[in-house]
Design a protein around this ligand. Structure first.
Ligand code: HEM
Length: 244
């Protein structure tokens, strides 16, 4: 009689010998957490600077347009920055979706996923809805770029030069209530995403220990709500006629 038993197939657990260290890092859980952590912190830095830049419209239209002009005047650096920003957004979103998908598949059926593994539980509505708020922000970004970055080009005079009147476009849009309501909703989602994402990024890259974790957790809420509130000042001020 022939023996039909086969040797166990261990291929899935042993990485192929040709896998590069970078690919092995990318495929590992810790690698994915480090990627979302670092890209997330880079995006927080960008939104902070962007929010501060927006507030220049409170100083005046010329100040706002001059800032936009100054930034875009660094041609090569500016386009390189935009490319890097796009790559960071895509990487952050892609790896975030992968983490979500992996966790979903690893979860036993009928098991409530939201239990703490011990110690203080940091499970909140924000942490449980990261995938939803993240996807909503991705859709928002496409609409946002269409509206402003690739929106109407109004020319204006500034210091003897013809420049893009971004201030006019922003004021025009936020005089319409659907934009104001839409931005209010999306910035609420941004606050929620950052409320969990900020401290989680610090945790993933190993900056937190048991003592400072509660402080970082509280700070994360302030960062999320603070950034959203800072962004919201402008649409509402325009709509209420305080800026124009
Ligand atoms: C009231 C809120 C906001 C206003 C008035 C605003 C305004 C603008 C404007 C005018 C531009 C075009 C800049 C240019 O062409 O030089 C822009 C670009 C951009 N905005 Fe916003 N923005 C707001 C909120 C946000 C939020 C919440 C995010 C991210 C979550 C965001 C992400 C971006 C990105 C990624 C760009 C492209 C940057 C670039 O290409 O240099 N914005 N925004």
């Amino acid at each position: 009689m022939t023996n039909t038993l086969k040797a166990p197939n261990n291929q899935a657990e042993t990485p192929p010998p040709s896998a590069s260290p970078l690919l092995t890092f990318y495929r590992s859980s810790i690698g994915k957490k480090l990627i979302t952590g670092f890209t997330g912190l880079a995006l927080v830095t960008f939104v902070l600077v962007h929010m501060a830049g927006n507030l220049l419209l409170f100083v005046g239209r010329d100040a706002y347009n001059a800032y936009a002009l100054l930034v875009s005047n660094f041609h090569v650096v500016y386009y390189a920055f935009e490319l890097a920003l796009a790559a960071i957004v895509l990487l952050h979103a892609w790896v975030g979706i992968e983490i979500f998908w992996r966790r979903r598949q690893a979860r036993p059926e009928g098991y409530s996923a939201y239990q703490s593994a011990g110690g203080a539980s940091y499970q909140t509505l924000s942490s449980r809805t990261m995938i939803i708020t993240g996807l909503a922000l991705a859709v928002f970004l496409v609409i946002h770029l269409r509206t402003f970055r690739f929106g109407t080009y109004y020319p204006t005079e500034l210091g003897g030069d013809t420049v893009r009147d971004l201030a006019r476009l922003v004021i025009e849009k936020f005089n319409e209530w659907p934009y104001v309501v839409g931005y209010t909703v999306i910035l609420g989602l941004l606050a929620s995403h950052l409320r969990h994402g900020f401290w989680s990024a610090l945790q993933s890259i190993g900056l937190l220990n048991r003592e400072i974790r509660p402080l970082a957790y509280g700070t994360s809420a302030v960062v999320g709500v603070g950034i959203a509130a800072g962004f919201l000042l402008l649409p509402w001020a325009i709509y209420l006629g305080w800026v124009g």
